[in-house]
Write a new protein. Structure first.
Length: 714
């Protein structure tokens, strides 16, 4: 019987919209699930809204709603946002459900029967003004461990230490700002301290959690050992009442992870694909359970949750996949700066494929934070996805559909085209292993390498000229058919990351979806060459600064985001906006690595005659390959297509501080095409790129738009 795999993402809190920071986790998980399905695995993906707690109770009251009405609104909104982001859950449920109540009460009863629940009188923070006990998230103060200010009452976001809200220094009520008093109340505790040995064995299991995080969690075992866990809250509280108690409710962190089980139960009931949640969650099940979570909730999932499950006779999760946080333009996400962008604000402007691709291109298996620099986002997506992958598909399929009437050539016994396809197929195990290990950035690197090699092949073979001559048309058909094979492969490899783009590729090839499972043992040719191709259409437009910057809606009076330049700002998009004499390099710069309009490099030249400026030939180009120059921190060696019959040129450019080589592949550039060649570091450079900026990291390549290579820029 095939292994059953259950995958979850952390439950979004039903107190606001899903934002692009949350989206990192859901995209990461969705890519993994789609990859497993493509490999033929039996996998289900579940999530639910986390609906309980004081914040929701108070937010609902402010809007004159019952908590149930309040969370129902976000339940619908969250599902729409996830769907439009191409996240596909097998079931999306709610913790405020009969299934969740049933399993919360069942698990509590089993913990109690095993002697793991203890009643204790505790002192809590109590706000006399609001006349209520203050839950952890409604009291702030200074961390008793590292002395970081403005920390919540349960754990420190700076040092990660968990503590009681009464341990906070200088506490204040988050509702009214007054200093709370201490008041005694009876609470129920889960005896987590009894399960230290079991939890240590879990942390030692290979693959359960990242080794660095396992080491970090050892801090909770030191000193007086693991602290027992308060699982109850005093009313008023939106949640499930604890059976047999008066005005006591399950703490949200007890019933929230139980939502994973409840969602499985609801899915089983509605689909009939399992008898119950116990097909996966019973202690004797051989299912593989994988939780994707952020690093801020590791404690709950790695210590509290496994212990509760083990005592209650449920299956302990097999793996925890933990990711870091998202920063925007190098800074922590902020409502004040407008960088805590709701997913809907992003989707109102841009296709989800761009964001999914960028996240994948930057995600590894570690817990380091990911930065969404709007400039890097735009340039990397344009360079790698649009100009490299999409451009390859459009070039090849347009020629096949036009002059060659959508007919493919039979596979060849030998030749560079077959070698291209077989070389691409040889990298499939590398891509597969990278996805399996959550090293998405390595998978993307291999995928873009495959596309770059195919683009270089097209440039060398120059089929656009050969298709129009009877004596060379069939050779061009064979070349383009081999490129179509590579495009087909790219569609399969990118399908977990950009599913709607891959669907378009398969449709334009007139071929069925290609999966990782089908690629096992696949051989040249990949496509059924007897079938006609489909109709090519543009796949994805280039990202323009105005559309990207529009996702950040900076509140009035707040500082602008670093790359969120308003329309009409100083960022130059077209050469026409920079056609001043400064665009003509001074004689001393004739062999330099870059031209920089307004770069401030030296004294500005005097006025020149139009005849002098007219001598400069500017052409649109496309970077085919980019690589670092050995022992030169500022130089890159570029292979640039200028549409010339002699093939691409080599240009050495001093832009290495501003651009990584991988961000340049496929990028459109403006080139001074009639500059005398000059050797730089032993490499003959035949041309110069136009940039704007002050130099170093502050450089921006001028973009001629979608003009084909060789187009004259005037």
């Amino acid at each position: 019987m095939a292994e059953k795999i259950l995958v979850t993402s952390a439950l979004p809190y039903a107190n606001g919209p899903v934002h692009i920071g949350h989206a990192v986790e859901y995209v990461q998980t969705d890519i993994y699930v789609r990859f497993l399905r493509s490999c033929g695995k039996d996998v289900v993906y579940f999530c639910a809204d986390d609906t309980h707690g004081t914040p929701i109770e108070l937010s609902a009251a402010k809007q004159g709603l019952k908590p149930e009405e309040f969370v129902a609104r976000f339940h619908d909104e969250h599902q729409r946002d996830f769907h439009d982001l191409d996240i596909r859950f097998d079931y999306f449920h709610s913790t405020n459900s009969p299934e969740n109540r049933h399993y919360a009460e069942l698990i509590y009863a089993r913990l109690k029967d095993k002697g793991d629940i203890e009643r204790r009188d505790i002192e809590q923070a109590y706000c006399e003004k609001d006349q209520r006990f203050l839950p952890d998230r409604f009291i702030k103060g200074t961390c008793p461990n590292c002395k970081a200010p403005n920390q919540y009452g349960d754990s420190c976001e700076v040092c990660g230490k968990a503590y009681s809200s009464t341990d906070l220094l200088d506490p204040q009520c988050s509702l009214c700002g007054t200093s709370p008093v201490r008041k005694s109340s009876a609470h129920l505790f889960f005896k987590l301290s009894r399960h230290a040995d079991f939890l240590q064995s879990v942390l030692r299991k290979p693959g359960f959690i990242h080794p660095g995080l396992a080491a970090q969690l050892q801090g909770f075992f030191g000193g007086s050992g693991l602290a027992d866990w308060d699982i109850s809250r005093d009313g008023p509280y939106f949640g499930f009442a604890i059976p047999g108690e008066t005005n006591k409710f399950f703490y949200v962190w007890l019933d929230a992870p139980i939502g994973y089980i409840a969602t499985t139960e609801k899915w089983a009931k509605e689909t009939g694909k399992a008898k119950s949640a116990l097909d996966y969650w019973d202690a004797g099940s051989d299912a593989r359970i994988i939780h994707f979570i952020g690093k801020d909730i590791v404690y709950f999932h790695a210590l509290f949750w496994p212990a509760v499950l083990n005592v209650a006779g449920f299956k302990v999760p097999t793996e925890l996949k933990v990711h870091g946080h998202l920063t925007v333009n190098g800074e922590k996400m902020s409502k004040r700066r407008g960088t805590m962008v709701p997913v809907r604000d992003y989707l109102d402007q841009l296709d989800p494929s761009y964001l999914r691709y960028f996240y994948a291109a930057n995600l590894g298996a570690g817990v380091e934070d990911l930065d969404l620099s709007l400039k890097d986002f735009r340039e990397r997506v344009n360079g790698e996805l649009v100009n490299n992958v999409c451009n390859l598909a459009n070039r090849a399929l347009s020629l096949l559909a036009g002059p060659l009437e959508k007919r493919l050539a039979p596979g060849r016994a030998e030749g560079p085209g077959r070698a291209l396809v077989e070389s691409a197929l040889a990298r499939v195990p590398e891509v597969r292993a990278a996805f399996d290990k959550l090293e998405y950035r390595n998978a993307i690197r291999a995928i873009t390498d495959i596309a770059s090699a195919a683009n270089a092949f097209v440039q060398t073979q120059a089929p656009w000229a050969a298709v129009r001559k009877p004596e060379t048309a069939e050779g061009a058909r064979a070349d383009l058919s081999d490129v179509a094979d590579v495009v087909y492969l790219l569609g399969a490899l990118l399908a977990p990351v950009t599913p709607r783009l891959s669907e378009k590729l398969f449709a334009q090839l007139g071929a069925p979806a290609l999966t990782f499972q089908a690629l096992e043992g696949a051989k040249y040719p990949l496509l059924d060459r007897s079938r006609p191709t489909g109709t090519p259409e543009p796949l994805l437009p280039r990202l323009e600064p105005e559309r990207v910057n529009a996702i950040i809606k900076t509140p009035e009076g707040a500082p602008q985001a670093a790359d969120a330049k308003p329309a009409g700002g100083k960022e130059k998009k077209k050469v026409e906006s920079d056609k001043k004499p400064a665009a003509a390099p001074q004689p001393a710069s004739a062999g330099a690595t870059q031209a920089s309009a307004g770069a401030g490099a030296g004294e500005a030249p005097g006025e020149i005659e139009y005849a002098d400026f007219a001598k400069v030939v500017l052409k649109a180009g496309r970077v085919v390959v980019a690589e670092k120059v050995k022992d030169a921190d500022k130089l890159l060696k570029l292979t640039v297509d200028l549409g010339e019959p002699t093939g691409p040129r080599t240009i050495v450019s001093g832009i290495a501080e501003a651009y990584a080589p991988e961000a340049l592949t496929g990028r459109r550039v403006v080139v001074v095409a009639n500059l005398k060649p000059r050797k730089l570091r032993g490499i003959e450079s035949r041309g110069m790129l136009l940039t704007a900026g002050t130099g170093g990291k502050d450089l921006s390549l001028l973009d001629p738009g979608d003009m084909p290579p060789g187009s004259e820029v005037k």
